[in-house]
Structures are given as structure tokens and as C-alpha cells.
Design a protein around this ligand. Structure first.
Ligand SMILES: NC(=O)c1ccc[n+]([C@@H]2O[C@H](COP(=O)([O-])OP(=O)(O)OC[C@H]3O[C@@H](n4cnc5c(N)ncnc54)[C@H](OP(=O)(O)O)[C@@H]3O)[C@@H](O)[C@H]2O)c1
Length: 275
């Protein structure tokens, strides 16, 4: 159980889902504070979660041991520089959920020598089925690693990476990944409709099939290749469809897609870090 006080900077979507997850996990709402400039949003967070809300980060720096940076990547430079000016020798643990911002840049903006965990969650975190990659800098203690992991586990599964550049691969796989699955589901639905099934039935069957296949793979001790072989009878319909997918180079398409997403994550991190 997390006993430390946690301060969120930014009370938007990602902060709300983390707060919801932490409270559902049994954390006392009195341990949580949020700095959020929008007064309506503050009122909603207070009413919904019974947590402490403040207008700006400086007001809670004294009290919290963990600071979660949950603002948009475009303003994280400004937010960190401001916090850095008010740290007064304090060294809380910083956890960033901001996409594409390097630990070294956050540390420089904060003034240096801070314990920072950079995370890459994905959108299903909003419904507590997320997948998050975490990277810790050398200042992060074992206890702080465990705390970071416990916090992110409140919204889904977690994995650690040892090198920060692996976060770009996490971005290409699970960060952008929900959209790949949305596209595949959308295309399967469209195809079934073209073949004559109603929109409603096509949508339901495409979605439930994606859900059922994923649940089966998660619960099975077989890997996906084995599960695929088990449902592919020689001469059957599945074999015919998979043959078309591979003849049309689905494997090369997926490779190229993830490689370009990884490269774009690198480019964006470079741009955002040059502030
Ligand atoms: N949503 C996702 O699925 C997802 C997935 C992966 C990573 N992330 C990362 O999570 C971070 C937050 O994303 P989000 O979707 O939660 O964004 P969001 O809903 O826009 O939340 C950001 C919040 O921060 C507030 N804010 C702006 N300036 C502030 C300041 N100076 N101090 C404190 N709060 C301030 C914003 O208020 P205003 O609206 O008034 O500006 C807004 O309420 C981003 O860095 C994003 O890369 C999100």
C-alpha cells in the first residue's frame, strides 16, 4: 500500500484515471493533491474524488513526496522550470507521463540532480486496462521504483526498460498500438459489411472477436503463433484468409509501421527537448 503523499501537476484525463485507479486500490484520497489551473476542473476533481485541489504547483510542493507530471508535453518545460524555482532543496520523486520528453530534459528544467521516472502509458489506461513502460534515472531508489510501479499498475500492466531509448519502442508498440487495433477492427467491420452483413452485427462481431482473441492469448500458456496454428485447419477458411494477409506482406507492413513510429517518437523527443 502506498503511504506517501502524491501531487499531480495537471488534472486532466490521465491524472483523473490514475487518481481513480489509486483510490480504487485503497489509497486514502487525503494523500492526493492536484494542481490544476481550471477552476471548474478543480471543483469536479474535488467533488468526484474528495482529494485536495490547488490552483498552482507551488502551493503543494512542501507537502508531497511524489510529483506526477501530467500536463501536455508542450508545456512541461514551463511547468518544470517553475517547480525547479520552488523546490527549495527538496527532492521528491518525479514521475512523468508526458509522451516524448527525455528524463535529461526534465532534470535540466527542474534544476538537476532529481529522481525521475519517465513513463509511457497508453489510452486504455483511461479505463484501467492500460500498458505502461517505465524508465528510471540513476537517482531513483529501489523504494521509489516500487512506488512508481505501484502507481502505474493502478491503471493497467507495467514493464520496466533498462535503456531510455527503449521507451521509443514502447511508444511504437503499446503507446500508438490501440490505434492499430482500432484500424484492423474498423477494416474487418467494413469488409463484412461489403460482403452483406449489417453494420451493427459486423461491429459487434469484429469487436468481440478482437476482445475474445486477446483474452484467450492472455490466459493461455501458448504463444500467439501456436494459438493461430491451433485454429487454422488445413484447407479451411482461416488458412485461406491468413495466406492472403501474408502474400500481401502484412508482416513487412507491421515491421515498417512500428519502425516509423519508433523513429517519429525519437524525432518528437528531440524537438520537445530543444526548449
Ligand atoms: N490521455 C492519454 O491516453 C495519454 C496516453 C499517454 C500519455 N499521456 C500523457 O499524459 C499527459 C496528460 O495528458 P492528458 O490526456 O491527461 O491531457 P489533458 O486532459 O489536457 O490534461 C492536462 C491538464 O493539465 C492542465 N494544465 C495546463 N497547464 C497547467 C499548469 N501550468 N499546471 C497544472 N496543470 C496545468 C490542463 O488544464 P487546461 O486544459 O486548462 O490547459 C489540463 O487539465 C500528456 O503529457 C500526455 O502525453 C496521455
Amino acid at each position: 500500500m502506498i503511504k506517501k503523499s502524491i501531487g499531480f501537476i495537471g488534472g486532466g484525463n490521465m491524472a483523473s484515471s490514475l487518481i481513480g485507479g489509486l483510490i480504487a486500490d485503497g489509497i486514502d484520497p487525503a494523500q492526493i493533491s492536484v494542481a490544476e489551473p481550471d477552476s471548474e476542473r478543480r471543483a469536479t476533481l474535488r467533488a468526484h474524488f474528495a482529494i485536495n485541489v490547488v490552483e498552482s504547483a507551488e502551493a503543494m510542493l512542501e507537502e508531497v513526496s511524489i510529483i506526477i507530471l501530467a500536463v501536455k508535453p508542450q508545456i512541461i518545460h514551463e511547468v518544470c522550470s517553475n517547480i525547479g524555482n520552488h523546490l527549495k532543496g527538496k527532492s521528491p520523486l518525479f514521475i512523468s507521463v508526458a509522451a516524448g520528453i527525455h528524463v535529461a530534459d526534465i532534470d535540466r528544467w527542474l534544476g538537476g540532480e532529481q529522481a525521475i521516472v519517465r513513463t509511457m502509458p497508453n489510452t486504455p489506461a483511461l479505463i484501467r486496462t492500460g500498458a505502461t513502460g517505465l524508465f528510471a534515472n540513476a537517482k531513483v531508489s529501489k523504494e521509489q521504483r516500487e512506488l512508481s510501479e505501484a502507481i502505474m499498475r493502478a491503471v493497467g500492466v507495467t514493464i520496466w526498460v533498462e535503456r531510455e531509448d527503449e521507451i521509443d519502442i514502447v511508444t511504437a508498440l503499446s503507446g500508438s498500438g490501440p490505434a492499430y487495433y482500432f484500424l484492423v477492427i474498423e477494416l474487418m467491420q467494413q469488409s463484412a459489411m461489403k460482403l452483406g452483413l449489417s453494420e451493427e452485427s459486423s461491429r459487434l462481431l469484429a469487436l468481440q472477436t478482437a476482445f475474445g482473441a486477446t483474452k484467450m492469448a492472455l490466459e493461455s500458456s501458448d504463444d500467439c503463433a501456436t494459438l493461430r496454428r491451433k485454429v487454422t485447419s488445413p484447407g479451411g477458411t482461416t488458412e485461406r484468409a491468413l495466406g492472403i494477409m501474408l502474400d500481401n506482406k502484412l508482416d513487412e507492413t507491421i515491421d515498417a509501421a512500428l519502425t516509423s513510429a519508433r523513429d517519429r517518437a525519437r524525432e518528437l523527443a528531440e524537438q520537445l527537448g530543444n526548449q
